[in-house]
Design a protein around this ligand. Sequence first.
Ligand code: CP
Ligand code: NVA
Length: 301
Amino acid sequence: MSIADLSAGEIMSLIETAVSLKKKNTNSRELAERSLALIFEKPSLRTRISFDIAMWQLGGHVVYLSPEEVGIGSRESVRDVAHVLSRYVSGIAARTFSHRTLTEMAEYATIPVINALSDEEHPCQALADLMTIYEVKGGIKGVTLAYVGDGNNVANSLLFMAARVGMNFRIASPAGYGIHEGILARAEEMAGASGSKIICTSDPQEVTESADVIYTDVWTSMGQEAERDERRKVFAGFQVTPSMLSKANPDSIFMHPLPAHHGEEVADGVLYSPNSEVFRQAENRLHVQKALLLVLLSSRG
Ligand code: CP
Ligand code: NVA
C-alpha cells in the first residue's frame, strides 16, 4: 500500500534483487502457474506494461481490467471484488482514484494487493526511482533529492522512501500544494530514525541548489483535470528549466516518473538533456516490480 510499509532492509533487498535481475537479463519460470490481476481505474503506459512483461518474464500470467470495465464500488462492491479475485488469481495490482479503495481491497483479499498508484501514493514508482539513484550514483548515502512541484502521490512516496533509507529530501511547492501535515509528521518520525534531512519550502531555488537529483511530476494529476487551468497559474515559477538544473551539483541528474506535460512542470527539451535519467527510471519499473513479484507471489520471499 505504502512505502512506509517496508523497512529500510526490505527496500534495499528489493533494489539489490532488481539490479541483479537487470544484469542477468534472462527469463525464468519462477512464477509459473502464478497469475496477477491488473485492475486499473485510471490510464497507464508504464505501470500496466511493466507489470505485464514482468509476469511474462517470470513465467506467470496477467489479466487486465481497463478503467471502462472495472466498476469497483458501482457495479460491484470493493469487498465482493476482493473476495472473487482471491478465488482466481495469486495477486492483484490495482490503480485507484481513492486510496481507501485499495486499503479496503487489501483488507478483504486473501492474496497480496499491490498499490499501482492511488491519490495518496505511488510506491512502485518510488522503488524504481531509488533503484535509478542507486545505479547512477553508486549508492544512496548522502544523496539529496530536490522535488519541485505538487505535493502529490509521487512526492509522498518519494518522501517516505527518503525518510526510510536515510536520503535527504527537499520539496518546493506553492502554498497550499505541499505535503499534507499527517504525511509529513509520519515521514519526520521515520527520518529521525534514519538520519534523513527533510526541508519543505515554497522556494524552488532553495531546494535545487547543490542537490544531486532534481525531480518533478505533473502539476495536474489524473482525476484533477478540472483544476488544470487554475493549477497552471498557481504553479507558474515551478517549472524545471535548464537554468535551474545548472545550479544543482555538476553531476546532478533529472528525474520524472512520466507522463510529462512538456512546457508545464518541465521545460521543452529537459527530458532529452544529457543528465536526464527519465527513461532509465521507466525501464527500472520492470526490474524492481519483478523483484517485488518474486517476494510476494513465489515461495522465494
Ligand atoms: N509513471 C507511471 O506510473 O506511468 P503510467 O501512468 O503510464 O503507468
Ligand atoms: N501524479 C501523477 C503520476 C502519474 C504517474 C498522477 O497521479 O497522475
